[in-house]
Design a protein around this ligand. Structure first.
Ligand SMILES: Cc1ncc(COP(=O)(O)O)c(C=O)c1O
Length: 396
């Protein structure tokens, strides 16, 4: 039976990682990878995570099953982080949060939930969006359509075009948003624009779904939850898929959560049972090592404060690099305008290079990124930034 299966092409990003690893050029740079890097090019374990893991190890007495909800303290702490301590949906018990294996797991559970609720629902995602969105929703049997989002000419948001498409959506449509630090383009709506988007969602009656994969990497933990909180305030229903992979740097631990806001407490309780039935036949129960760590951090005043400092340091490093890149590009006499890098946020931006320029960077200069020229800004550091700018100047 398995004989009928053909090999599936790997994600292009994996090819880039492999080619970079095999390159013997000591000046090689990997700009494609999607993880935070510090000034030494490492993705370290956060100090707060190391300390919480020690506590977990010394206090955990069993690895027995915890049940479909996983670590209860994690679910409530994540809910507070996303919706705020004073959120009305929490006060009225209209939201349920269940941990999932990473943000990807949350998106898949959300997609399965949509399919169960409305098999013909149409899901709308930004053009472009994270490549895995398409795969996840399609795997759940849904069709993904796109709304205008990124203006490649001006490296900015196509706000009016996006709004025209959203104005035509209604009940039966789900619209997926990135809460902050849009992957891959780095462009987000302004706070006032989010307000209008949430008003349109309430007015038109489509279901907003928010992917929160970089909370704390754009403006701050509270600030980056703005979109979620506006939708929660204005709309009767909302789905939120959160990931702790980046902001707690626990990538391989697979820590995420799905939160669902319903019209009332009873409906939210009912929907939680649907979530448990969906996960039961998929992975049965969530992994709890990483969620246990995050639970300890969020419930300890000291570790929480340390975590906030560490998130701030990551955010400020990325923003500092954005500014430095723009300044050094200008200083190098490059005429092409890259000032958009400073207006964008999070780890990712498109450099606006042609496929041919990306290939020359790769083949002649050992600088690796995907053909779309999406780069991870956190890949730059003092020892590679000058070489990158020289190489960029040469291919332009
Ligand atoms: C936009 C977006 N959503 C979700 C995820 C999923 O993260 P994870 O499953 O690793 O928690 C990512 C990871 O890169 C992402 O960029």
């Amino acid at each position: 039976m398995l004989d009928h299966l053909e090999a599936v092409l790997p994600d292009p990003i994996l090819g880039i990682i492999a080619a970079h690893a095999a390159d013997s050029n000591p000046r090689k740079i990997d700009l494609g990878i999607g993880v935070y890097r510090d000034e030494h090019g490492n993705t370290p374990i956060l100090q707060c995570v190391l300390e919480a893991e020690r506590i977990l190890d010394s206090t955990q007495t069993s690895k027995s099953y915890l049940g479909p909800r996983g670590v209860p303290g994690f679910n409530s702490a994540m809910q507070e982080l996303i919706f705020g301590s004073a959120g009305a949906v929490r006060e009225h018990n209209r939201v349920r949060t269940v941990q999932t294996p990473g943000g990807t797991g949350a998106l898949r559970v959300g997609a399965d939930l949509i399919k169960a609720a409305s098999p013909d629902a149409r899901v709308w995602a930004s053009d472009p969006t994270w490549a895995n969105h398409n795969a996840i929703f399609t795997a759940a049997g849904l069709t993904l359509e796109s709304y205008p989002y990124f203006d490649r000419q001006n490296s900015s948001l196509r706000y009016d075009d996006m709004m025209s498409t959203l104005q035509e959506r209604g009940p039966g449509d789900v619209v997926l948003f990135h809460a902050c630090c849009h992957n891959p383009c780095g462009v987000s709506p302004e706070p006032g624009q989010w307000e209008t988007i949430a008003d349109i969602a309430a007015e038109r009656g489509f279901l907003p779904m928010v992917d929160v994969a970089y909370q704390g990497f754009e403006r701050g933990i509270e600030e980056d939850a703005l979109a979620v909180r506006l939708f929660a305030e204005k709309c009767p229903e909302l789905i939120v898929a959160s990931s702790c992979s980046k902001n707690f740097a626990v990538y391989r631990e697979r820590v995420g959560a799905i939160s669902v806001v319903c019209a009332n407490d009873q409906k939210a309780a009912d929907v939680e049972t649907v979530i448990h039935s969906l996960t039961r036949k998929n992975y049965s129960m969530p992994p709890t090592h990483g969620t246990g760590i995050v639970d300890i951090i969020l419930h300890s005043a000291e570790l929480r404060a340390l975590w906030l400092d560490e998130v701030t340091a990551m955010r400020e490093r990325i923003n500092g690099l954005r500014q430095e890149l723009v300044e050094r590009i200008v200083a190098a006499g490059i005429e092409q305008d890259f000032s958009f890098l400073q207006r964008q946020t999070g780890m990712f931006s498109f450099l606006g290079l042609s496929v041919e320029q990306v290939r020359r960077l790769r083949e002649q200069y050992s600088i690796y990124t995907v053909d779309s020229a999406r780069v991870n800004i956190a890949s730059f550091n003092d020892s590679n930034i000058d070489y990158f700018i020289e190489s960029l100047k040469a291919v332009l």
